[in-house]
Design a protein. Sequence first.
Length: 271
Amino acid sequence: MMTSDELYGQLRKDHFIFAGPCALESFELALDTAHAVAEASKEAGLFAVFKSSWDKANRTSGKGFRGPGLVKGMEWLARIKEETGLPVVTDIHLPEQAGPVGEVADILQIPAFLCRQTDLLLAAARTGRVVNVKKGQFVAPWDMGPVRDKVAAAGNDRVLLTERGSSFGYNNLVVDFRSIPIMRALGVPVIFDATHSVQLPGGQGSCSGGERHHVPTLARAAAGAGVDGIFMECHPDPDKALCDGPNSWPVAKLPALLKQLSAIWNIPYDL
């Protein structure tokens, strides 16, 4: 497997995809999805990272599905890495989770609502792993500079920043694609979260809704805006997903979309 420096170098050099189910529903579903992600990205000529959460701590309802927990989640992710050869990215929510998660995950992800939590950022940075920080729905793109600096202050300059939409009134998000070049100017790779950006937070009362049909439009727009990578939740049957189904992309449609993104990324331009 790649070292953290090798992985970060790969992410800085080539366009890539972070894809997988919102949460680890079962080992079999996660592994099947990881194999599909690996195959679709290979066909499109893109570098792939498998993503899935072992705990979805930020649920609309306390009854919402959260995942298998730390021990089982890390066991599953380690097996998926071994069987597919894909690096993995997953979330942490508390500083004390950074160590055990960092023993397995190649990339530690900081959720959007926690992007300014200094102790969490420092704990993630000290693992030496690549750190992906999602820009909060309430944060301007230029205000992610201090976030990057917090990670770097702990001796880790392997930082990624992710755009995932901004709050637009109640239960809605909007994407300002100017944020992509603004955050890239901070000197780090930028990712666009194409599925959470179409989410309708809390839009179904006890859970979030989403407008899945807009995913390709926003993903293609982000590729055209010069983003380095695309983050995308995908599921074999999104309507039956235990978490974030309304904004998840069907696995069967992943190859076609990745080929479109690859084609856009390969358009030469110099303005």
